[in-house]
Design a protein around this ligand. Sequence first.
Ligand code: IPM
Ligand code: MN
Length: 374
Amino acid sequence: MYKIAVIPGDGIGPEVIREGVKVLHAVEDSTPGLSFEFVEFPYGAEHYLKTGELVSEEGLKQLEKMDAIYLGALGDPRVPTGVLEQGILLRLRFYFEQYVNLRPVKLYPGVPCPLIGKGPGHIDFYVVRENTEDFYVAIGGRASGKSRAELEVLRSIYEAKFGLDIDVDRDEIAYQIGVISRKGAERVIRYAFELARAKGKRRVTSVDKANVLTHVYSLWREVFERVAKEYPDIETEFAFVDAVAMWFVKNPEWYQVVVTPNMFGDILTDLGAMLQGGLGLAPGGNINPEGVSMFEPIHGSAPRHAGKNVANPLATILAGQMMLEHLGEAEAARKVERAVIEVLKEGKVRTYDLGGRSSTSDVGDAVAEKIREM
Ligand code: IPM
Ligand code: MN
């Protein structure tokens, strides 16, 4: 019996999560001994606008008792950009120290791929994105609307720390700091190597921009080199993020496991999503191997499509598959993936993003039905 927290969230979030839960019910019915208790949490725009609360301390304590969190999407045009994303999504990632953001990039048969000449055999790798550091630590500031004294302090900081000669009265500036810690880099890099072994992958690629952001990413490189020594069976390479973006398109079959600092991982996985047929097919897991992990589609809340029952729920359904695998229910996870593959291969039930006309719930029904037939 697993206790699963469900946070439907905003926009298309509730619609896609409904199908994800539907599929998990089908898995439950067809797997003796497996059962879920779903506990819904209201976090999102509606709750915030009504109560002024993003995530309560009490809520965090309750979430702590769950086996996993299943999240739809966050973001709403009525709330200034960043408030819900930072106050809920990033808050949960940081609070639960979900230091791995695991994003498989896998092209399934029957899914159109924008790369000419590339098929399912060419696109099948994992991006392991660091999830708690880098430019996501929210350290920064802006020199405006400050008192004389504050400005003086800022000016001396800029000069001492960054070697910048700034006239704070005239030059408006903003800065934001990226942080990499040895511990933070090491745990996620080690996870990437362990994943490579567990999945039978032979190569781990480390992404950085150590030629420009020398301080943070030279530490990242140093840690990668040290950890790599413990895995002589795995081939390794360094690559700059700009080159990786190019190679993802030119030669995706090269990649097996890619480990990357937080922000580059954010960007590269939207590119990765396109390789696997679009954001409607890209799941992710925010993982703390020793704590509470959270599974979600990597797409946003797509407010334009909200309430129309048109969004593709497969990314969310596949996030559910990742959750099952994380919980140690490998057989149940395989069932979900097989069902998704069947539905995609048949091609009868597909949403508009895949060139079809089916609704969100049609797709959930089709996947659930396949599972019940197994
Ligand atoms: C993602 C999203 C988030 C991120 C935003 C919404 C904070 O883009 O999960 O990739 O940047 O991590
Ligand atoms: Mn993103």
